[in-house]
Design a protein. Structure first.
Lengths: 374, 207
């Protein structure tokens, strides 16, 4: 094939464009998010499109390293394109704020760029909208972020979804004694719900049978307080839970119980197999799923140690939504009322211009010279 | 969400008949009309898509089918991540390194040239053991490669070994036992977990 033909007909893997009505809808959705985030006291932030690779390297797993785009700048330093807004944001936050400003609330809406294999080319992971609450620890901050996620989805009129909540702290509490290698293997096995492997790892680590079986049940169960409370009682009675684990479990249940009181029980599930895709999570973690969407469309959690890596120690919690994954599921009518354009067909340009201005002045949409695409 | 049938991709080829028999044993009667690629079980529990073995992970990764029946040989070749919900009691086989019967196995240990249908598995297997490997990707009749001189070694599935023997080849090493799993798209499982868990219970219990 003529190389120019390919360049004309295709975008490079990982790139995306959208236009006209679709782009307008996208803008309207963002407009709604802008208003909502503003009402909650969140300020917008923009992150750079590329930054030095080395500073982010410790936070990129093998898969992330394979999919990011890297380039070399004029001084020979290795750069990476923005593949995860939270990560780029963490460094910016470290640079721009000091302790007396805390807590701060920020939100962002940005494209992310990473390579997608032919096999997962339609994953629609190009656009992240999210919010971060920085400088506040504890369950009230966790709840604020969970409820802001819920309100964002409600604003977009998304239906039939569920947010699964887990806790990295519970996991760490249970398996702190394991060496890093086995801890990582265990984390992956639990995330992939491969409980035969979990069983094998714990057995090899010398966990007694009862304790192994208990941990398999604890981390595989999905449900509400009705599911988790008896498990916690059993763990306490049998002495399977450390003080740290018990505290983390209690905090998770307190958080859920408040969601329940607010009448949101149906939208949330307690699911300890949720451990967060990113290595930097330290506390609560969550992902949102929807019928017909091929992967989690929103995710987030608490990351209390990430900012310290960039020279600024503060607890933080946040979420991001892969907006393009759900745009197709939002109600067809525009989120903001869109008026029908009025064509102004007068042949005299001055008359047509004046009429059009009149229409616009009254809040309408006027098209000079007729049809919208003419 | 609860009442729609679960969507399941079944591979055409070596596992298909065994899967149908296995479901039959658990009270799920599945009849597939000739040439049709979509089927149901009689209870209306499952909607079944028949897909090419090697395409199955793609269908499940995109959520077109929420569940699938798939050997670990095929899973190794996919970049997607799945929940392996249940190990199934059929279709087990071996992934082997084989060569001509008269090949001296020590001769090229430092660098292998291998023809295979499973390039990702082969690369990962040998690289994780520190052995450089040059891979030639084939789509079938891999046994021909050593005979015609394309590559001295092959990595392929070996069930009885009779095909190898008939072509004057021998197994040099068993690389991995291949197991068949019920897999799930992770997001599909999270949305449908009560229904999927009931399905797994049915498969576990009523044998």
């Amino acid at each position: 094939m003529n190389p120019r033909t390919r360049a004309f007909l295709q975008l490079p893997q990982g790139a995306e464009s959208f236009y006209l009505e679709e782009a307008q809808r996208h803008e309207e959705i963002l407009q709604h998010m802008r208003i909502l985030f503003g009402q909650w006291g969140y300020l917008p932030v923009q992150t750079p499109v590329f930054d030095f690779y080395d500073i982010y390297r410790p936070f990129l797993d093998v898969h992330a390293r394979e999919t990011i785009y890297r380039l070399v700048d004029r001084e020979g330093d290795l750069l990476m394109l923005r593949s995860d807004v939270t990560l780029f944001l963490a460094k910016q936050i470290g640079m721009i704020i000091s302790h007396r400003d805390l807590p701060i609330r920020v939100w962002y809406a940005d494209t992310i760029l990473r390579h997608q294999d032919e096999e997962d080319i339609s994953k629609n992971e190009f656009y992240q909208v999210g919010a971060e609450l920085i400088g506040k620890s504890g369950s009230h901050a966790d709840l604020e972020v969970l409820l802001l996620l819920f309100r964002s989805l409600e604003t977009l009129k998304l239906t039939d979804y569920q947010i699964h909540i887990g806790s990295r702290e519970v996991f760490n509490g249970c398996f702190d004694a394991l060496d890093e290698d086995n801890k990582l293997k265990l984390l992956q096995a639990i995330s992939l719900r491969d409980f035969e492997k979990v069983h094998t790892i714990l057995e090899e680590e010398g966990f007694e049978d009862g304790k192994t079986a208990f941990f398999c049940r604890l981390f595989s169960s999905i449900g509400t307080l009705k599911t988790l409370v008896p498990l916690m009682q059993e763990g306490k009675k049998e002495g399977f839970l450390t003080y740290q684990t018990e505290k983390a479990l209690q905090q998770l249940m307190d958080t859920f119980s408040i969601l329940q009181t607010l009448g949101k029980e149906d939208l949330f599930r307690l699911d300890l197999s949720e451990l967060g895709g990113q290595g930097y999570y330290t506390g609560i973690v969550f992902q949102a799923y929807k019928e017909g969407v091929d992967a989690a469309f929103a995710s987030g959690g608490r990351y209390d140690n990430l900012l310290a890596h960039f020279g600024f120690s503060a607890p933080a919690v946040g979420f991001s939504i892969m907006l393009r994954k759900i745009e197709g599921f939002l109600p067809k009518e525009p989120v903001i009322n869109q008026k029908t354009p009025i064509p102004i067909t007068d042949s005299d340009f001055i008359t047509a211009y004046r009429k059009a201005e009149e229409v616009r002045h009254k809040g309408g949409i006027a098209l000079l010279g007729g049809t919208s695409h003419g | 969400m609860g009442n729609n049938p679960l969507t399941l991709a079944l591979p055409k080829g070596r596992l298909f008949d065994q899967a149908i028999q296995y479901f039959d044993l658990h009270g799920l009667k599945i009849s597939v009309e000739e040439r049709k690629l979509v089927a149901h079980d009689e209870k209306g529990l499952l909607q079944i898509f028949l897909v090419k073995n090697s395409d199955l992970p793609t269908y499940v990764a995109h959520g077109i089918a929420g569940l699938g029946i798939c050997g670990s040989d095929v899973l190794h070749e996919s970049i997607s991540r799945f929940f392996r919900l249940l190990e199934l009691p059929f279709g087990t086989t071996r992934m082997c390194l084989a060569a001509r019967a008269d090949q001296n196995p020590q001769a090229e240990k430092h660098r292998l040239k291998v023809a295979t249908k499973f390039p990702r598995f082969t690369r990962n297997y040998f690289h994780s053991r520190g052995i450089p490997v040059e891979i030639i990707k084939l789509n079938g009749s891999v046994e021909l490669a050593p005979l015609l001189g394309l590559a001295p070694y092959i990595v392929d599935l070996v069930e009885t070994g009779s095909t190898l023997k008939a072509n004057n080849l021998k197994v040099i090493e068993n690389l991995e036992n291949i197991v068949v799993y019920l897999i799930a798209n992770p997001a599909y499982y999270k949305v449908h977990y009560p229904q999927v868990d009931r399905f797994i219970e049915l498969l576990r219990n009523s044998a």
